[in-house]
Design a binder for this molecule. Structure first.
Ligand SMILES: O=C(O)CCC(=O)C(=O)O
Length: 275
């Protein structure tokens, strides 16, 4: 099978902990998947009539809708898109990846910044061999919630939980000031339409506020190396739902193999109880 990600991009990901892989989605796919995720987000949010100002600090950063592949069939082929999952495996340098979960992250017009954090501390995975594919349907721009990354921050040994989920009166710790990364300047990345930005689970990242008048429409899929094990009892639906015990390999219908798969096939919807 031919490779998708050349040696230069793979080296850039290893060095910086993020990279943009160009042209992974065609115009036809963007025209199909964007509305599919829009509809899924609208469906999941249908009972939420709050204005932005009525939401929590965290919710003002984005509307977060997890595991849309399970109940919205139009989203399934995006979350398990063969080129995106293959690129994920190649960037991690592994033979197979599983899905941890997908999530839409729709930053509303006027939405605040996404506070700086690393992802791995939120996940009970022992080995930090995972990344996020960040898929902006309209591309991303500085004024409409583009992401910024601290290059090389995945390699400094920092693996720090930052509580970005709290209420307005609780400012999260500013990880950008942590001595391990304080000397690293964030790099803002604008992603062209059809391209996908990938970041490692230990890369410190943030997103700019959305000062535009339209929603920043982003779908994400988190993939991890097949063979990773559960690190702790810290609860997370991706392991709880398949009753994965601490120390066990994370494998089940909630976290199916995303790549490689037999051509044109997708995993079945989990029998495990939804979160
Ligand atoms: O899209 C955003 O605003 C933040 C995304 C993020 O933190 C992530 O995908 O890990």
């Amino acid at each position: 099978m031919s490779t998708l990600v050349g040696p230069e991009l793979a080296a850039a990901f290893g060095r910086d902990g993020f990279v943009v892989v160009p042209d992974l989605l065609t115009e036809d796919e963007l025209a199909r998947f964007g509305p599919a995720v829009d509809a899924a987000v609208a469906d999941r949010q249908r009972h939420d009539h709050r204005s932005l100002s009525q939401k929590s600090r965290y919710e003002q950063s984005f509307q977060q809708c997890m595991n849309l592949w399970e109940d919205h069939p139009g989203v399934l082929p995006l979350t398990f898109h063969s080129r995106i999952s293959q690129a994920a495996a190649e960037l991690l340098g592994v033979g197979a990846v599983r899905l941890w979960h997908d999530q839409a992250l729709y930053k509303e017009a006027g939405g605040r910044e996404t506070d700086p954090h690393q992802d791995h501390p939120y996940w009970p995975i022992a080995e930090p061999d995972q990344l996020t594919a960040w898929i902006p349907f309209d591309g991303s721009t500085r004024d409409a919630g583009a992401m910024a990354y601290l290059p090389g921050s995945h390699r400094v040994g920092l693996d720090r939980f930052v509580d970005i989920f709290g209420a307005f009166d609780s400012e999260p710790e500013d990880i950008l000031s942590h001595p391990d990364v304080a000397s690293i300047a964030p790099v803002l990345v604008e992603v062209p339409r059809g391209s996908v930005a990938f970041h490692h689970g230990l890369t410190v990242h943030l997103a700019r506020p959305n000062t535009s008048d339209r929603v920043r429409r982003v779908h994400t899929a988190i993939y991890f190396r097949d063979g990773c094990t559960r690190s702790s009892g810290f609860p997370h639906p991706s392991v709880e739902r398949n009753q994965i015990e601490v120390g066990e390999v994370i494998a089940g219908d909630v976290t199916p193999i995303a790549w490689p798969r037999p051509d044109g096939t997708f995993p079945g919807v989990p029998l495990a109880t939804p979160a």
